[in-house]
Design a protein around this ligand. Structure first.
Ligand SMILES: [Zn+2]
Length: 211
């Protein structure tokens, strides 16, 4: 019973791959249910925007990811991708909903299939990790969950026969600042260099434990 109730009370916040939660998207006032649950300090609540459906490449990445999540992840979320018109490359999990919001700029970039998959997989694990209320969550905890979403995405890619280095390549591109906002002004997000280092360490550990 708990699951449904928790979800209905959960703060609807974006956890984004590339940008701070706060101020990234116009916020809406918290509902009285969220205030009652002590969520007001958690930043602006977000609801998914209408957007449009994904194009062929993004849709294919989503379909593949959905299959792999169903095969490998307990209580895998059912995901929906919406593309919104924005000039910066970003992807965001709209927590408390099945929606991953992808900007038109991100969709237009010439990613490989595995890179697109890696982007969506990272966001999908935000949905998995945040499947309850996030009220009062600290920036430090958000940062830890950011790394955890990276690690889980990498593990899923390895299990599913995809190139796990794709996620590292995506992070490296954003670390260069191509079209992305600077992660250093994002208190909930570690620096890209920190994420890349952590990802490399995690890949080495995963490789060792598989032998
Ligand atoms: Zn993230």
């Amino acid at each position: 019973m708990g699951g449904i109730k928790l979800l209905s009370l959960s703060c609807v916040l974006a956890a984004s791959l590339f940008i701070a939660v706060t101020g990234a998207v116009p916020g809406v006032a918290p509902t009285s249910a969220q205030q009652a649950a002590g969520c007001v300090e958690s930043g602006p609540a977000l609801s998914p925007r209408e957007g449009r459906g994904p194009g062929i490449a993004l849709g294919a990445a989503l379909a593949a990811l959905q299959d792999d999540l169903a095969a490998h992840v307990f209580a895998a979320p059912r995901l929906e991708v919406r593309v919104v018109d924005e000039p910066q490359m970003q992807a965001r999990a709209i927590l408390g909903t099945p929606v991953i919001e992808v900007t038109s700029a991100l969709e237009a970039h010439p990613w490989t299939a595995d890179e697109l998959y890696a982007i969506l997989a990272h966001e999908a694990f935000h949905q998995v990790l945040h499947a309850g209320p996030r009220c009062g969550i600290t920036p430090a905890r958000m940062q830890a969950q950011e790394l955890e979403a990276d690690h889980q995405a990498l593990d899923l890619m390895a299990k599913s026969g995809r190139d796990p280095r794709s996620l590292g390549r995506v992070l490296a591109l954003f670390a260069k600042g191509d079209g992305s906002s600077n992660a250093s002004d994002a208190p909930t997000h570690p620096e890209f260099s920190v994420r890349i280092d952590a990802l490399a360490k995690h890949a080495i550990q995963a490789d060792r434990s598989s032998h």
